[in-house]
Write a protein that binds this ligand. Structure first.
Ligand SMILES: Nc1ncnc2c1ncn2[C@@H]1O[C@H](COP(=O)(O)OS(=O)(=O)O)[C@@H](OP(=O)(O)O)[C@H]1O
Ligand SMILES: Nc1ncnc2c1ncn2[C@@H]1O[C@H](COP(=O)(O)OP(=O)(O)O)[C@@H](O)[C@H]1O
Length: 203
């Protein structure tokens, strides 16, 4: 392909400071903690709790959160299947940049499609993608309804709402499985920390 959008005249630059040196300096193994689950499942709450624990442990982290990214980088994308695919693709690329920088990234997006999550995993280096399934039954998300969105969706005021009028494909083999109807926010966060410690991402 040639023309304005072609990449044929673009050359990849190798950095003088390697990704290994960037990670070593931070005394951690870079990784993306990819939280996925229904709206209201607890992705944001648990990711924030993990972020807090990691920060106190002197780790270098960054939290990418659904609503915030949609107000900036992904402003203009909606909730059609096509837009969700592009939303997750861009977020995957951002995660890759952060892991290259040696960071532990926490991403909290519904990311309802198995294929899109698999594409992000494939973009990362081996063992740098950890899928965290925030597994909360739809009935409980609906009871929580922290933003009042389920109520609106049930009234037909929000089209393509995940779990109601748009599918959520559950992870089949997540590295971490959090059942928030059985464990507290603090216990869920500790479960993630335990995984990171036992797999030598952090000390
Ligand atoms: N139609 C529809 N379906 C699902 N969610 C909706 C929708 N419209 C708005 N919202 C709000 O947007 C947040 C989900 O954005 P994401 O970027 O995580 O979605 S996706 O990964 O592209 O599917 C989601 O945030 P969370 O509640 O934090 O998950 C909702 O607050
Ligand atoms: N065990 C739990 N884990 C996570 N969130 C919980 C739990 N119990 C209750 N909650 C509440 O559920 C809501 C989850 O909302 P949020 O974190 O915004 O979800 P999401 O980011 O998946 O949309 C919060 O109000 C949180 O306090």
């Amino acid at each position: 392909m040639s023309g304005e959008n072609s990449t044929e005249n673009i050359v990849w630059h190798n950095h003088q400071v390697s990704r290994e040196r960037r990670a070593e300096q931070k005394a951690q193994k870079p990784v993306v903690l990819w939280f996925t689950g229904l709206s209201g499942s607890g992705k944001s709450t648990i990711a924030n709790a993990v972020d807090e624990l990691l920060n106190r442990n002197s780790n270098h982290t960054y939290l990418l959160d659904g609503d915030n990214i949609r107000m900036g980088l992904n402003k203009g994308l909606g909730f059609s299947e096509e837009d969700r695919v592009e939303n997750i693709r861009r977020i995957g690329e951002v995660c890759k940049l952060f892991t290259d920088a040696g960071m532990i990234v926490l991403s909290a997006f519904v990311s309802p499609f198995t294929e899109d999550r698999a594409k992000v995993r494939a973009l990362m280096q081996a063992n740098e993608f950890v899928e965290v399934f925030v597994d909360t039954p739809l009935e409980i998300c609906e009871q929580r309804d922290p933003k009042g969105l389920y109520q609106k969706a049930r009234k037909g005021e929000i089209p393509n709402f995940t779990g109601i009028s748009s599918p959520y494909e559950k992870p089949e083999a997540p590295e971490i499985h959090l059942k928030t109807d059985e464990v507290s926010i603090e216990a869920a966060a500790q479960q993630v920390l335990h995984y990171l410690r036992t797999h030598n991402y952090i000390s």
